[in-house]
Design a protein around this ligand. Sequence first.
Ligand SMILES: Nc1ncnc2c1ncn2[C@@H]1O[C@H](COP(=O)(O)OP(=O)(O)O)[C@@H](O)[C@H]1O
Ligand SMILES: [Mg+2]
Length: 281
Amino acid sequence: MNTQSPDTTPNAAPFDAHVGAHGSAAVELSEVNYTYQGIERDIHALRDISFTIAAGEPVAIIGPSGCGKTTILNLIAGLIAPDRGEVLIKGRPIDGPRHHTSLILQDYGLLPWKTVLDNAALGLTLRKVPRAQAHEIATDALRTVGLSEFATAYPDELSGGMRQRLALARAMALEVDILLMDEPLSALDALTREELQEVLLELWRSQGYAQVLVTHSIEEAVFLGRTILLMTPRPGRIRTVIDNPSMGSSLYRQTPEFYEKCATLRELLVKENGRARGEGS
Ligand SMILES: Nc1ncnc2c1ncn2[C@@H]1O[C@H](COP(=O)(O)OP(=O)(O)O)[C@@H](O)[C@H]1O
Ligand SMILES: [Mg+2]
């Protein structure tokens, strides 16, 4: 992770703090600005966002509602283009959605009239992979996320946690090297949420993609972000970069370091909310 112009707190990551397993940057945003053009007025959503995500690096983004987190994911996914600045994927300017990037939305984007297997294969069939081959790959992906038994069921027959697994299977079938997730676990109950956090950790470990997880949960950010970006209210900027090197270590959730990181992040968020209410800096 490499960012420009965050606060220099003791927890701020140094430049080039992480070089992922493959050495090269998966994602680079430099001086990115984005404005939504409205009928009444324009909304300046992002201001001068700069950061780099190494190949295989897991990043969490946390910040107040409306600070531009979803906008950042859409930019990295190539669904929208910045007004100013650049988004590079593996060193090249992005010019639209790409095969090996997957964006999992809050509602999971499942099609209720298609079976679990067809939903898992959807990304492949949209990319014109022959059906038999798509099913073969999707069957493997369902096994990876523990949903093999439900291949012929429909999304309505699945629990929230299982739907989330299915959305992950769809991404796995695409052999993603960049996985983007927009508050993926926020609709789940607390225990299912923790279980899915473990699933996300295991998948990331075994598949090695770069990951950007947008979350409102402090614990989730600390559990799943080796680097945590804390954003300011709109227009969103990166306020602080928190380095979390023990993320992914065994039983991290039970360690004093985990609690300390959560406390640090909570403190920074409270300070940020105070700033947003104009209580000084
Ligand atoms: N399609 C849109 N048209 C106009 N304004 C938008 C649109 N999408 C988002 N915004 C505004 O841009 C800001 C950033 O939005 P978003 O990226 O969704 O924030 P977050 O995901 O952090 O809640 C918000 O103030 C939101 O109201
Ligand atoms: Mg959002």
